[in-house]
Write a protein that binds this ligand. Structure first.
Ligand SMILES: Cc1cc2nc3c(=O)[nH]c(=O)nc-3n(C[C@H](O)[C@H](O)[C@H](O)COP(=O)(O)O)c2cc1C
Length: 363
């Protein structure tokens, strides 16, 4: 029930962290789009652990396999099924702590909701690993968006309280390739990496903020009142585990501003109506206004930490303590950058198709 997203470009997520695979089906993808396993693999590789200090030690190859919907390197119009087989599985720590829900993770709610029948290994359906499938769908969505000139980019702007200085789009694009933190401010990236290293030594974890930007968005995507562009983007972004906040443009800081400070004044530039500022984050009344879409996503610190924490034994109904073992990201933020980009692309692609900007048959 909760595993599909979209109206015309419909993605359905499946798989568990320590099951056979994680995967995605895409129904409604236009026919005639050239796409190869390598194209999708390139995007999935962006989500790979980039630095040992920041990331999980799980040594997955994350090899993309196309099962259906693409023939001779071109989409056929049939459902596209993409999988990544799970190979580097070690469930031993999860078996041992089966009845000790990790504070901050979904173990408790999953156990209660599914009567203990849920696949708990590696966090099962709640694992960050599921997001590899989001990135596969994102790879196709990005290709479709590129046909109409839309570009989507995400980058790290804060980790553990270390903030990046704002940079222009081209500098962001170039600089995020240069460091595993995916931060455009290279000095801040170093400080973030140090903060991660330090917290790792303390057996703890860190959160942060990712900013997503979409350029060349036409005016008119989104509908009031239940089909707003920001509503659907937020829903897609909240599907990413560990996301605890989403804001557009000036976001929560708008609550502390006056109208005269927050209003984006209209002007004409090169024969086009634009706004002088972009406090709206590119969306007015739930409809894109032609300015870049700017969204910021708050990622909480990883819940699985090496410090001893209070929990309960859910089977014996006794207080207990837990030190999480196994393989975990100290900071999820760098790996989630590609995921934020993908969920934005998937949603924007769906909206562009609803507005008939992307043809059903690509020639
Ligand atoms: C790319 C990615 C990697 C993640 N890795 C871990 C991890 O190693 N350990 C962990 O406890 N949580 C990890 N998470 C977060 C959990 O999956 C998430 O916190 C948990 O499912 C509870 O959901 P919630 O935080 O949205 O409430 C990861 C999330 C993402 C997006």
């Amino acid at each position: 029930m909760g595993n599909s997203l979209g109206k015309l470009f419909i993605i359905t997520s499946f798989g568990e962290s320590h099951g056979r695979c994680v995967g995605i089906t895409i129904d409604g993808c236009p026919t005639g789009l050239p796409i190869t396993e390598e194209d999708i693999q390139r995007e999935v590789d962006k989500r790979k652990p980039g630095v040992s200090m920041a990331a999980t030690k799980r040594a997955e190859e994350d090899k993309v396999e196309i099962l259906s919907g693409i023939f001779n390197g071109i989409t056929t119009g049939a459902p596209i099924c993409l999988v990544i087989w799970n190979r580097d599985i070690d469930s031993s720590e999860y078996e041992k702590a089966r009845f000790l829900p990790r504070p901050g993770h979904a173990d408790y709610t999953a156990f209660m909701k599914y009567g203990g029948f849920n696949d708990f290994r590696g966090g099962g359906r709640f694992s960050g690993r599921i997001t590899a499938s989001f990135v596969m769908a994102g790879a196709i969505a990005k290709k479709l968006l590129n046909l109409i000139g839309i570009e989507v980019l995400a980058h790290t702007i804060e980790i553990g309280g270390v903030k990046a200085e704002p940079k222009g789009f081209d500098e962001i694009k170039e600089n995020i390739q240069k460091n595993p933190i995916k931060c455009a401010d290279l000095k801040a990236a170093e400080a973030m990496a140090k903060a991660i290293e330090k917290v790792k030594e303390e057996g703890d974890s860190l959160g942060g903020i990712i900013e997503g930007i979409a350029l060349n968005i036409p005016v008119g995507l989104g509908e009031p009142v239940f089909g707003t562009l920001e509503g659907d983007l937020a829903k897609a972004l909240f599907a990413i585990p560990a996301v605890k906040g989403v804001e557009f443009g000036s976001g929560f800081s708008a609550a502390r501003k006056r109208g005269s400070e927050n209003n984006d004044l209209f002007t004409i530039r090169n024969g086009k109506i634009v706004t002088v500022t972009n406090n709206a984050g590119g969306i007015l009344g739930g409809i894109s206004n032609g300015m870049p879409i700017v969204v910021r996503v708050a990622i909480k610190p990883t819940s699985s930490i090496a410090k001893s924490q209070q929990t309960v034994n859910i089977k014996d109904m006794e207080n207990a303590s837990l030190t999480v073992k196994g393989r975990h990201d100290v900071c999820i933020v760098p790996r989630a950058v590609a995921v934020v980009e993908s969920m934005m692309a998937v949603t924007l692609c769906d909206f562009a198709m609803r507005a008939e900007l992307i043809p059903r048959v690509i020639k």
